[in-house]
Design a protein around this ligand. Structure first.
Ligand SMILES: Nc1ncnc2c1ncn2[C@@H]1O[C@H](COP(=O)(O)OP(=O)(O)OP(=O)(O)O)[C@@H](O)[C@H]1O
Length: 507
C-alpha cells in the first residue's frame, strides 16, 4: 500500500477513499452498472472532470467506449468502437500497445489528436491514460482521465490501475455467473481465449501464453524458436489473429523453399522488365501483407545477401521492388521463425549479427513436447476427437498401455509427430479402444495385459512412465523424483530394479 499511495496527497484519506471505491464496485451486480461506477469512482479519485472506460472486444480487434462520466454525470456510452488498429488515436494506441501509463499536461497544444474526448466548453489540458490489465497481465482496455486544468495525474496511476484490475476480474465473475457473452463486443465476436487457441496447460505453455499476451499489441518483431513441430507457425498465426491486425492479411513465406533470386522477387516484388521473364509488374509479399503480418519461416536459411536487404526493410520500413526506382513505405508486422540456433549461426558467421538482434527484439522459445508433461495426453485427446469427427466415427477410449506408451515416448518431431501418430492410430483401430499396437509400438511399449501377470504388467507400465518422466527432464533424477512424488533414493532403487539405463539420457 505504501508504494501505491506514496505520491498521493493525504495518503490516509486517499486510502480510505480507495477502499470505499473497491467496496462500491464490489456491490455492482451487472456489467453496465459496474463500468459506470468505475468511471464515477475514477473521476472522484483523480479529481478529473472526465473519465472514460474503453474495453477491447473479445477478438482484440476494436476498442469500445463502455462508460463515460462528465462533471459527475454518467453519460450513455454510445457503443462506438475505434477501428482495429486505433489508427489516428496515437495516444490510445501507444498506451495500449506498449501497456504503459501515459500522462500529459499540455494536451491543448495540438501535437496529438484527442478526438476521442468529448467536446467541452474548455480545452482539455491534462490527460492520464491507464491500461487496464487482467490478473494474468493481459491488456483488456484503457481508463482515460482528463481535465481542462493543469493537474498532476501521474500519482494516481497505480491506484487506478489496481482498481481497473479489480473491475476486469469482477466482469469475468459476472460473465461466468450469467453464463453470458464476454465484455463489450462490438462488430466482431470471435473469441481469443487466454490460451490463444493453442492446446496445453503445462507450466511451459502457460509461460508461452504470457509472452504472447505481452507482445500481442506491440509492434515488436517476434522471433519464434523451437524444435521442428513445436507450433511456431501456430503461435505466429495466434499473434496475428488475436492482435489488432487481424482484419488484414497473414502471409507465410518459407525462406528455405526458394533459391536467393526467387526469394528476393517473392518478397520485394518486381517491375516489368526487371529481368528476363518479368513481363508485368508483380507485388511482393511485403506489400501484399501491408497492414497485416508476414511470417518469415526458416529465417536461418535466408541467404546472407538477402539478410542485408531484410535488415534495411526492418530499419527503414520501406521496400524497393526489383527494377524499380521508387521506394514504398510498408506497415507490416514481421515475425521470424526458425528451428536453428541463430546465436550459434551468428558466432559462425552464417547469420548477420545486426539482423539477429533486430529480429530478436522479442524472442519466444517454444518448449519441446517432452517438456510439456500432461499436455501430451491433452493434445492426443484433441487430435483423436478431431480425427474421429473427420471420418465420422464415434468417440474412442485409450488402453492404459497406449497411454503409458505416449507418456514415455520422446517425440523428436514434437506436436506434428504426435498428431500424425494419433491420426494413423485412429485409422488402424477397428474397435473403440486405442491400443499400443496402433501406435506401431508393440516392441517398445508394455504388452497388453491379456497374457501377463498383474505384477509384470504394472512393472511395465511403471517403467514406461518413469522413462517418460526421466526423458522429459533430460535424466535429471532430482526433478524426476519430485515430479513422481518419490524420495530420490526410492527413485534410484526403482531405476535399478526396472533396469533403466541412465546413460540414455546423458547428452
Ligand atoms: N499447442 C498446439 N495446439 C494444437 N495444435 C498444435 C499445437 N502446436 C502445434 N500444433 C500442430 O502441430 C503441427 C505443427 O505445428 P507448426 O507447423 O506450427 O510447427 P513448427 O514449429 O512451425 O514446425 P517447423 O519448424 O517444422 O516449421 C500443426 O499441425 C499444428 O496445428
Amino acid at each position: 500500500m505504501n508504494a501505491l499511495l506514496e505520491h498521493t496527497p493525504e495518503p490516509l484519506g486517499y486510502a480510505e477513499q480507495l477502499l470505499a471505491a473497491f467496496g462500491a464496485l464490489a456491490q455492482a451486480a451487472e456489467q453496465g452498472a459496474l463500468l459506470g461506477a468505475f468511471a464515477r469512482q475514477a473521476s472522484a479519485l483523480s479529481g478529473c472532470e472526465l473519465t472514460q472506460v474503453y474495453l477491447l472486444d473479445a477478438g482484440h480487434s476494436a476498442l469500445g467506449l463502455s462508460a463515460e462520466c462528465l462533471h459527475g454525470e454518467l453519460r450513455a456510452a454510445d457503443g462506438s468502437a475505434l477501428s482495429a488498429d486505433y489508427h489516428g488515436d496515437e495516444l490510445l494506441q501507444f498506451s495500449l500497445c506498449q501497456n504503459r501509463v501515459l500522462c500529459l499536461d499540455s494536451l491543448g497544444d495540438g501535437l496529438y489528436s484527442s478526438s476521442f474526448l468529448p467536446a467541452s466548453g474548455d480545452t482539455w489540458r491534462s490527460l492520464l491514460c491507464v491500461p487496464l490489465n487482467t490478473a494474468s497481465g493481459e491488456v483488456g482496455g484503457l481508463l482515460i482521465c482528463a481535465s481542462p486544468r493543469a493537474l498532476e495525474l501521474q500519482r494516481f496511476a497505480d491506484a487506478l490501475a489496481q482498481l481497473g484490475r479489480f473491475v476486469l476480474g469482477q466482469i469475468g465473475l459476472l460473465v461466468r455467473l450469467s453464463g453470458g457473452a464476454v465484455m463489450a463486443a462490438p462488430a466482431d465476436n470471435s473469441v481469443c481465449p487466454s490460451d490463444y487457441g493453442l492446446i496445453g496447460t503445462s507450466e511451459a505453455m502457460r509461460k508461452t501464453y504470457q509472452l504472447i499476451g505481452k507482445v500481442l499489441h506491440s509492434t515488436y518483431t517476434v522471433l519464434l524458436t523451437g524444435e521442428t513441430g513445436t507450433g511456431k507457425e501456430v503461435v505466429a498465426r495466434a499473434l496475428h489473429e488475436c492482435g489488432p491486425r487481424r482484419s488484414k492479411s497473414f502471409i507465410v513465406q518459407n525462406c528455405a523453399a526458394f533459391p536467393e533470386d526467387l526469394l528476393e522477387s517473392e518478397l520485394f516484388g518486381y517491375r516489368k522488365g526487371a529481368f528476363t521473364g518479368a513481363d508485368r509488374d508483380r507485388v511482393g509479399l511485403f506489400e501484399a501483407a501491408d497492414g497485416g503480418t508476414l511470417l518469415l519461416d526458416e529465417i536461418g536459411d535466408m541467404p546472407l545477401a538477402l539478410q542485408a536487404k531484410l535488415l534495411r526493410v526492418l530499419q527503414e520500413g520501406e521496400i524497393r521492388p526489383l527494377g524499380g526506382n521508387e521506394v514504398r513505405k510498408i506497415n507490416v508486422r514481421i515475425i521470424a521463425a526458425t528451428h536453428r540456433d541463430l546465436a550459434a549461426m551468428v558466432a559462425q558467421g552464417q547469420f548477420r549479427e545486426d539482423l539477429y538482434y533486430r529480429l530478436a527484439q522479442f524472442p519466444i522459445s517454444l518448449p519441446a513436447l517432452r517438456e510439456r508433461g500432461d499436455d501430451v495426453q491433452l493434445l492426443a485427446g484433441h487430435f483423436v476427437a478431431k480425427a474421429c469427427s473427420f471420418i465420422g466415427r464415434g468417440p474412442m477410449s485409450w488402453s492404459q498401455c497406449a497411454q503409458a506408451y505416449l507418456a514415455g515416448y520422446g517425440f523428436p518431431g514434437n506436436v506434428r509427430e504426435l498428431k500424425g501418430m494419433v491420426e494413423r492410430a485412429v485409422l488402424l483401430c477397428e474397435g473403440a479402444e486405442l491400443r499400443a499396437e496402433h501406435f506401431g509400438a508393440r516392441e517398445q511399449a508394455p504388452a497388453e495385459p491379456d497374457n501377463l501377470h498383474l505384477r509384470d504388467y504394472m512393472e511395465r507400465v511403471e517403467r514406461a512412465y518413469m522413462l517418460g518422466c526421466l526423458r522429459r527432464n533430460n535424466g535429471n533424477q532430482t526433478v524426476a523424483a519430485r515430479q513422481l512424488g518419490l524420495p530420490r533414493r526410492t527413485l534410484l532403487y526403482r531405476i535399478e530394479r526396472l533396469n533403466i539405463d541412465l546413460s540414455e539420457f546423458q547428452a
